[in-house]
Design a binder for this molecule. Structure first.
Ligand SMILES: [Zn+2]
Length: 243
């Protein structure tokens, strides 16, 4: 069944790429319909796996395994000091690196445009406000993204079963294409919550003042995950002789 899921996910990923490349609205709609159907099939298969009381294996199409192709060492303790190179945290299935004292954790994410996210009701894009207090994650009914660190805390405290922890981790992360865009003025209106409100050299002081004035925890956590995504893409490019 896992092979079937992986093959469906690969097809749906290929369709997203075609969708993003095409100019024709009509063809884009067709791609969306096909993608939607594939997502439903994948969801049904995952639910069947869960119902069969099997632990849900990680999808190879969602995650790059740490040893192949990147050759990265493991750390066994989530609280270990992270050396200044990429390491792999098996518990949370994340890569980690320490940069100037800041520990960055994350993994490769799927990146879809906003239209596709909305038309397909794609979940796990926005981080959940509830964090470790979310009452819905234990039943698998929360539509929002939960940081693996938070899930691990919940699992260790007994708030999540091992099976649910695995299932939540396996969902991975999705970002909107606009998550990599910066617009300080957007911070005032927050019309597009996926956009960055900090990071430009000329406005960094204003950005910091803004971040201090709001609850910026999730925004910074998301930024860290995006940084890790970019670092992994760079590592993969190098591994493939592109630099
Ligand atoms: Zn939640």
């Amino acid at each position: 069944m896992l092979e079937e899921i992986i093959s469906l996910e690969e097809r749906s990923q290929a369709i997203i790429e075609l969708h993003n490349e095409t100019e024709s609205d009509f063809i884009r709609e067709e791609y969306i319909i096909t993608h939607n159907a594939l997502v439903k099939q994948v969801q049904m298969l995952y639910e069947k796996l869960l119902a069969d009381n099997e632990s849900i294996p990680r999808s190879e199409s969602l995650y790059i395994e740490k040893k192949d192709p990147l050759g990265i060492c493991d750390i066994q303790n989530i609280d270990s000091i992270v050396p200044p190179n990429l390491v792999w945290i098996p518990q949370t299935r994340q890569y980690a690196i320490s940069v100037a004292g800041t520990v960055i954790r994350g993994n490769l994410a799927n990146i879809y445009n906003k239209r596709l996210i909305q038309s397909n009701n794609i979940r796990n894009v926005h981080a959940c406000f509830g964090r470790t207090e979310c009452p819905r994650v234990a039943t698998g009914t929360c539509d929002y993204y939960h940081y693996p660190d938070d899930l691990y805390i919940m699992y260790k405290s007994g708030a999540l079963s091992a099976q649910r922890f695995e299932a939540e981790i396996a969902k991975g992360r999705t970002f909107s294409t606009t998550s990599w865009m910066y617009d300080i003025h957007n911070a005032k209106t927050r019309k597009n919550k996926f956009m960055r409100t900090f990071g430009s050299l000329s406005t960094i002081q204003q950005d910091i003042a803004y971040l201090k004035s709001v609850d910026s925890k999730r925004e910074v956590l998301d930024f860290k995950e995006q940084v890790m995504h970019d670092l992994l893409v760079l590592a993969i490019l190098k591994k493939n002789g592109i630099e």
